[in-house]
Design a binder for this molecule. Sequence first.
Ligand SMILES: Cc1ncc(C[n+]2csc(CCOP(=O)(O)OP(=O)(O)O)c2C)c(N)n1
Length: 677
Amino acid sequence: MSTIASAATAPPLPAPRDPKLRRMANAIRALAMDAVEQAKSGHPGMPMGMADAATVLFTQFLRFDPEAPDWPDRDRFVLSAGHGSMLLYALLHLTGYPDMTLDELKRFRQLGSRTAGHPERGHASGIETTTGPLGQGLGNSVGMAIAERLLAAEFGDTVVDHRTYVIASDGDLMEGVSHEAASLAGHLGLNKLIVLYDDNSISIDGPTELAFSDDRVLRFRAYGWAAERIDGQDHQAVADALRRAQASDRPSLIACRTIIAFGAPTKAGTAAAHGAPLGAAEIAGARERLGWGYPPFVVPEDVRAEWRAASGRGKTVRRAWEARLQSLPAERRDEFLRRHRSELPHGFDAAIAKLCDDFRRANAKIATRQASGTVLDSLTKLVPGLVGGSADLTPSNNTKAKDQKDVRRSDFSGHYLRYGVREHGMAAAMNGIALHRGLIPYGGTFLTFSDYARPSIRLAAFMGVRVVYVMTHDSIGLGEDGPTHQPIEHLAALRSMPGLYVYRPADAVETAECWALALQRRDAPSLLALTRQALPLLRTDGSLQGTDRNLCARGAYVLAEGPHARQVTLLATGSEVSIAIAAREMLARDNIVAAVVSMPCWELFEAQPQAYRDAVLGTAPRVAVEAAVQFGWERWLGPRGAFIGMTGYGASAPGEALFPHFGITPEKVAEAARSLL
Ligand SMILES: Cc1ncc(C[n+]2csc(CCOP(=O)(O)OP(=O)(O)O)c2C)c(N)n1
């Protein structure tokens, strides 16, 4: 006789303590089952397991208002286990977010619907961040909680006083980025961060014990969190735990023991319910066991009314907040609102122009990382929303401005974050800070370690958020640290990422211009690739460049033109622009006319009209020089081009020795140019 339960023989469900809340949760369960079934794709298990905990959170704790989804002092809710997106869509629908209609639920995972497979940001109001790649949401939530503390310290807790709630899964807690993020959150004592962990012991491969045996509660306690285990399907237990978490002086992890696909007669508690439709028989059995006798996508009026009543609470809270905002002095209020509109302050352009002038006047040979530090010394005073930081490379990245104070556990009045050696956690937190709004995060590491942050950089690009990566030591020019630290393929890899603006300025003036462009672009991340080694100032000629025009804004421009029609065009970025300039002088001695094009940002250049691009690139043969792999340069070289750069990894030696060693010199560039004539 088979011991496997069938839909007919499955034991009845235990009676819930609170039948009303269970019915409200069952609405989520039914919508999740139905939408996944209709799409023939998706993840019903997690929404069904966490429906009770989510119902308690949304009806009794979370402060939100579907009529004003972006109200600045709302609580933030992050679904880090983004595969369970039907949980969020069902919640947004039931609480009355106008974007989330029943039709959208019926179009789950279809082209052009608001209900993407994972809760992608921007598709529908009420979604704070996209979290398909596990662990990212937790990282984002740490950034959001940091942003809340920083803004509260600046504007006061009468206008900034909200919490960040997260639902995370086993997968989230396995991912490395969540370890980094949790460790940082514990260190900073982010007590308004509350994570409901769906402790269902199931992942795709089967029971989590196959691969996951650390004690999560003890681990989070060791990070400095308050952590406890509860029955995640007991509404009272969830509410009590949330109340304790709200009162805690540290971030909280509430491990909610749940049953994946709770209610499903045979698939509950199994990996089969994780990521596939349950099937008609199983759904019918679940409806029966849950006492949900309604057709697909039908939510009875009494349940709908309960949900609406619960979400109606938010309006009163929001209105009270608006009144408090009005009571701020006008100037503070304007500043608060300007910051939330992501606008830069008046005087920004003038400050950049002055920085360029100062660099020109000083005409000093400095590294672009040093120029970046000088830019920050000035901009952090003018742009109070800038929040800097570095993954433990502050003195190398020059990311800390003179007047910036460290953010500390007990003091969030500073604007500089010591992220520790946590590049991925930093990048994920930066996304959260930017998504929160009100602040502009920038963070530093070595360019080669962009790989350690790449999944979060990709999400920044994908979501279109303004974060600035300050990535120094951008080539073999960094020298002695050797090939592990010398980026080779990184520029190509980063340039291949849609939506990311990669800047590689050639001198101090270009560095200031690229910083301006990065901050002016509200809807995309930017990455500044900066040198460790000193570079000569190239933009010395104010009359050629104009003092008030940002030449980097078009991505590439002619830095040096011939006295006559050019015979060759030398293309370069960053530290190699000065090599190209030197090559041009060598060629001039042989009466060969060469133009030098500086290309600090390919993405901006690509966006220029064809006529501009043609004029800059010219019709003469081209030689490109960049201390990196050629990959990608083909598009600029044309049919008769040559590339001078790297073909393999670097070496440990002083930077000045490495450029000749790898043949990246003016002589080689000139030689390549001659060979094309
Ligand atoms: C970084 C990353 N790796 C892999 C996946 C694919 N994936 C989606 S859910 C999941 C694990 C599911 O287990 P769990 O997190 O416990 O979720 P549950 O089964 O409880 O819904 C995996 C590996 C992913 N979304 N992100």
